[in-house]
Each structure stands twice: as C-alpha cells, then as structure tokens.
Design a protein around this ligand. Structure first.
Ligand code: SF4
Ligand code: SF4
Length: 391
C-alpha cells in the first residue's frame, strides 16, 4: 500500500479508502448487509494496508454506521481514520446538528475522526447549512472533540463548489466525484486544484462511476485490448501498464498528485484484493501514450451510454416505488452493451409498479440526483425501449 498526505490535516492515509456504501447484501434491501462477509472484507482491506474508512448516516438504509462500529471492534478501529457524514438534508432546525451527531456517535460506538456535511449543493447549502447555522454547531463539535476535522462532500456545479469552498476556513478536506468521464463535471479538475491549493485534503468518490467503468462496452473493450498490445510493444521493461479497465480508471485518478486518496465502494472480497494490489503502484502516473488511450475510451463511452446513471440510489425512495436505478441499468445495458433481449427479459421481472411507466412525474427524485439526470424524461424513453414488444 502507498500513503499520501490528507492536505494539511496532518494525517497520512492510504491511497485506497474503503467506501462502505456498496457492502455485500444478505437480502433484497439495502439494509440487509451481509454483516459477517462485509466484516471479513473490511478487515482484509485493513490487513492489506487500508487506513481510511468512509461511511455516512444514510448508507444502507441507516444501518451502515452501527455495522461499521461492530465490524471494526477495538483492534481494527485504532488502525484506521474513520470518516462519516451528517445527513445535511435532515437539518431543519438549529438543534438538529447535535441531535444527529449524537445519534451517529451512539451508532458507531467510537469517535469520529473526519466529519463531512453530506452531499452539499446549492439548495442544501442555503436551506440547511446556512439557514440553520450548521457551521457554528460544527465549530462547537470540533472544539469539544466530538469530531476531529470538518469537510464536505459535494454534488453541484463548479461555481457552487467555489462558493462553499471559500465560505469558511473550517474546511480541512472535501470529497468530490472525479473520474476520467467526469473531469469537467461538478467540481471537476478545477475544483480539485482549487481545494488542493487551499491546503484541503481531497477524497475522490466514484472513481469507477458507480462501476460503469469496470464494465467496458464492446467498443471500449476493443480499445483496451488494442492499447494493451500496442503499449506492450513499446514501453521500456519494468514500466507498468494497467492490467484491467479498473486499474486504468484508478490510475487515472491517482495520477493527480492533488488527490489524497480515492474511495472504492467494494462489494466482494475479490475487489478488495484487486484494488489493494493496484494501490501498491498508485504513485506511477499514466504516461502521455496511456492518457491518449483514455481519451479514446472516454469518447467511446460518451457515444454509447444513453443515461449517465451511476446507480448511487440517492433518488430513492420514489413515492410511487419506481426502481429508478434498475430501470436505467437495464436501459444502459441494452443500448450500450447490446444485450437488448436480456435487458428486456429482465425488465419483465421487475414488478409492474416499479417500471418506468409507474412514474407519476412528481419530480421529487430529480432534485436528489447528483448527476442532474432528467429522470422523468429518461424513464419514459427507457420504458418505451425496454417494454417494446410487450403486449
Ligand atoms: S418523478 Fe417519477 S420516478 Fe421520480 S420520484 Fe416522482 S414518481 Fe418517482
Ligand atoms: S438516477 Fe441519479 S440519483 Fe438515481 S441512481 Fe442514477 S445517478 Fe443516482
């Protein structure tokens, strides 16, 4: 494992962080964490050198923090930096900050090293953080030791990012979405540079865009295969060419020295082993020839995916029970990966009330989508495509 400084926080952290948002499940609901398997994965990651663990109040239907406190126990807790997030959207009165933080400390059963205001955007910044003086409450929590350091995670435009970044000197780190498809999206590269310049640690989330970049379309797979052949013939001995689409994507993020670490929401032990291995060579930046390959892959993905959904599930629950990310996953599978029959067959397995045509266009989900997807419109298109041929 390789380690980097978390900005000016005074901590060295592993280049790979364990994101606890996509833990293995023992049932159908996000709350049904497979507790024992998830604990084995977490502890294996720590044994392989991971020192940063990230959770949030809302992950896995609110069950993740209590699982994490249990899974770490005393012996593994002391080996990691623990980050969790305030559900900013739940702050509707001034005393909500303390109530929620106290609840999180109870759930975790341990201290919080890093505390983030979760998923800030223009609306939550104005209506929750500023309106209810959250920064003053956070300053008190820092002073009395309930939290170690303050940061925020972010989903909005670059301009909003700069407004929030420069609003206070309390920030010591931030968490942004960054991957080779989203270089100029949301905070993006400019936000990364601005945060690092101010001395903030930068934690990158969605380096694989919700797993999308681990599943090459046929066109993308052909580009990777050709690149592997071409590069093997021309790089000097000892130079490491990424061995898989996952490593290409992670190495692209790690090639930015401004990045402190990236989070991977790992769901299997195999992913833990693989990502930890990739992190051992995270300080090797991609060459100019390799970056040119990424440019070609980016173009191919953009041409193929009809909906840029990352399966983050922030749009759920839908009051009408529409399974939004499932519908988009099937639509993307059908269009980008060419599995039209398979996707249409799986679509029939979704209960009727959860398909795209069950949407009543209330618009609630669109406000919550960090990718700003026109969900209502895309659901209609997805349903028309996936249900085509149904009687
Ligand atoms: S717009 Fe449609 S999918 Fe979105 S929350 Fe409303 S009913 Fe559900
Ligand atoms: S539609 Fe938006 S909020 Fe819902 S899963 Fe996809 S990216 Fe996430």
């Amino acid at each position: 494992m390789e380690y980097r400084c978390l900005g000016n926080v005074g901590l060295r952290v592993s280049a790979l962080g364990f994101g606890a948002m996509r833990l293995p499940l023992a049932g159908d609901r996000p709350e049904d964490i497979d507790r024992d398997e998830a604990r084995r994965m977490l502890r294996r990651a720590i044994d392989l050198g991971v020192t940063y663990v990230d959770t949030a109040y809302s992950y896995h239907g609110g069950q993740c923090e209590s699982w994490l406190g249990w899974a770490l126990g005393d012996s593994y807790r002391e080996r990691v930096t623990l980050a969790t997030k305030l559900p900013t959207w739940k702050v509707e009165r001034r005393d909500d900050f303390d109530r929620l933080l106290d609840e999180q400390l109870t759930r975790l059963g341990t201290g919080i090293d890093l505390y983030l205001l979760h998923s800030l955007d223009e609306t939550s910044w104005r209506d929750n953080v500023v309106a209810h003086d959250v920064l003053r409450s956070a300053e008190r929590a820092l002073a009395d030791g309930r939290i170690g350091h303050l940061g925020f995670s972010f989903h909005d435009s670059f301009d909003v990012f700069m407004t929030i970044l420069t609003a206070t000197d309390l920030w010591e780190f931030c968490q942004i979405q960054y991957n080779y498809m989203d270089e100029d999206y949301q905070a993006g590269r400019r936000g990364l540079y601005a945060a690092a310049e101010r001395g903030l640690g930068v934690v990158v989330m969605e380096p694989l865009r919700g797993g999308q970049l681990a599943r090459p379309t046929p066109e993308v797979a052909a580009i990777w295969a050709a690149a592997q052949r071409d590069l093997e013939g021309c790089v000097p001995a000892g130079v490491l060419i990424p061995e898989s689409p996952v490593e290409w994507a992670l190495r692209w993020v790690w090639s930015h020295p401004e990045v402190s670490l990236l989070l991977s929401g790992m769901s299997t032990m195999e992913q833990v082993e693989q990502n930890a291995r990739y992190a051992e060579r995270s300080s090797v930046p991609l060459s100019a020839a390799e970056l040119a390959v990424i440019d070609r892959v980016r173009d191919a993905y953009r041409a193929a995916l009809p909906v840029p959904c990352t399966s983050c599930k922030y749009c759920l629950p839908c009051p009408n029970k529409v399974a939004i990310p499932d519908v988009f996953r099937l639509y993307n599978d059908a269009v980008a990966y060419g599995d039209v029959d398979g996707a249409r067959r799986q679509y029939t397995w979704l209960p009727e009330g959860e398909r795209g045509d069950a949407c009543r266009q209330c618009g609630e989900c669109e406000d919550r989508c960090p990718q700003h997807i026109a969900i209502v419109d895309c659901l209609q298109k997805a349903h028309a495509f996936l249900a085509a041929g149904d009687d």
